[in-house]
Design a protein around this ligand. Structure first.
Ligand SMILES: [Mg+2]
Length: 190
């Protein structure tokens, strides 16, 4: 198993355009994100991408993800699926099974979905919101544009739709920059 990489705070350098795509943290998978980190960051609402973040290409999620979500809920953390998927049927089914709310056709990196979800939680401020996803150009960029915290996870499946596959080599270049900038240089194949 590949070593898990935990990256520290976002770089403060304003010189790099690439920082728009830098996540706050990188984890191997969602269920490895510890509650201690969520608590330390003061997170009250977790927005999760769906495809390749919590489900695989067959629409299946692991028992561990289900457990992780249940645990976070027991700690009074709100969870929400924010997916770019056009299939309401699929997103609705997954959200229902996992007991979370959902937003489909989110058009990330547009921030419109984030804005709408925020309206449902008037007592939660932006610095108490976390976006988790597997793609820099949708999940992480979108989260950064909306000024919320972000965690990048490794995609569940290697098999992806064509558009996503095209973006991966560029993501790799940006991530390499990101890792190089971090003091605790770690290597992770994402
Ligand atoms: Mg995804």
């Amino acid at each position: 198993m590949e070593k898990e990489v935990v990256i520290g705070q976002k770089t403060k350098s304003k010189k790099s355009m690439l920082k728009n795509f830098y996540p706050n943290y990188v984890f191997e998978k969602v269920e490895n994100i510890p509650y201690e980190l969520i608590s330390k960051e003061g997170i009250k609402l977790i927005l999760m991408d769906m495809d390749n973040t919590i489900i695989d290409s067959k629409g299946k999620y692991s028992k561990d993800i289900k457990k992780w979500i249940k645990f976070m809920k027991s700690k009074n953390i709100k969870l929400y699926i924010v997916s770019n998927s056009f299939s309401q049927k699929v997103v609705k089914r997954i959200a229902k099974e996992l007991g979370v709310r959902y937003f489909y056709k989110a058009s990330k990196p547009s921030t419109k979905a984030f804005k709408k979800v925020c309206l449902e939680f008037p007592d939660i401020s932006k610095d108490e919101i976390l976006m988790i996803g597997d793609q820099l150009f949708t999940d992480i960029w979108g989260g950064n544009r909306f000024n919320i915290k972000t965690i990048l996870v490794k995609r569940i499946n290697k098999k992806e739709i064509f558009v996503s596959r095209l973006k991966r080599p560029i993501e790799k270049i940006i991530l390499n920059h990101y890792y190089k900038k971090e003091e605790k240089l770690s290597k992770c194949k994402v």
